[in-house]
Write a protein that binds this ligand. Structure first.
Ligand SMILES: [Zn+2]
Length: 196
């Protein structure tokens, strides 16, 4: 990361984003002191995000309608995360969005077998439809997160306006990053001082 890159790219990594691309997708929109940042603000930005996450081969272009689908998936995931945290069944809409993304370009399973590693299961993305394959991979990743043991750790950051989601590594953790925790503590200290 170079020194020229904007402030938000220096933001510490949110716990869980390194393991779950779907968590990273939800966190592409967040609030900083001067307003909302959207890492998927246009097709070019979204293309860069997908390539950086190794979800899309660089030469595959991203059309406006693809961006629309990615943003729809992001909002659906946000809703599903909230349902997971609240232990409630989600609305039909977000579930449908997720399942259609899965169905649009399912990866093909195959058996890879080498002398060194022995047999293992691998999946081939649908190369004829790279963007749909990327959305399908993100949807698949979210299924693993929502239906797996880590789903219990899903939490929304408690800092006002942050809107990021993270995996709560221990029960008491309330902030996505120490930066958010410090921000809240500083605001509390300021309010306490003012109230004296
Ligand atoms: Zn936060």
């Amino acid at each position: 990361m170079d020194e020229e890159s904007p402030y938000y790219l220096h933001h510490p990594v949110v716990p869980g984003e390194d393991r779950f691309a779907s968590l990273g997708l939800v966190n592409t929109r967040f609030t900083v002191s001067h307003g909302t940042v959207d890492l998927l603000e246009d097709a070019e930005a979204a293309h860069l995000w997908l390539v950086r996450r190794a979800l899309l081969p660089d030469p595959a272009p991203l059309a406006g309608r693809h961006l629309g689908r990615l943003l729809t998936l992001r909002e659906a995931l946000r809703g599903l995360f909230a349902s997971r945290e609240a232990h409630t069944a989600p609305a039909a809409g977000p579930l449908e969005v997720l399942n259609s993304a899965l169905a649009a370009a399912p990866a093909t399973p195959r058996l890879v077998w080498t002398a060194a590693d022995g047999p293992r299961r691998d999946t081939d993305p649908d190369t004829g439809n790279p963007v749909a394959a990327a959305l399908s991979a993100l949807a698949e990743d979210s299924v693993e997160l929502l239906a797996g043991p880590e789903g219990d750790q899903l939490a929304e950051c408690g800092a006002p306006g942050c809107a990021r989601w993270f995996l709560r590594s221990h029960g008491a953790r309330r902030w996505c990053t120490t930066r958010c925790g410090n921000r809240v503590r500083a605001a509390r200290a300021y309010a306490a001082k003012k109230g004296q």
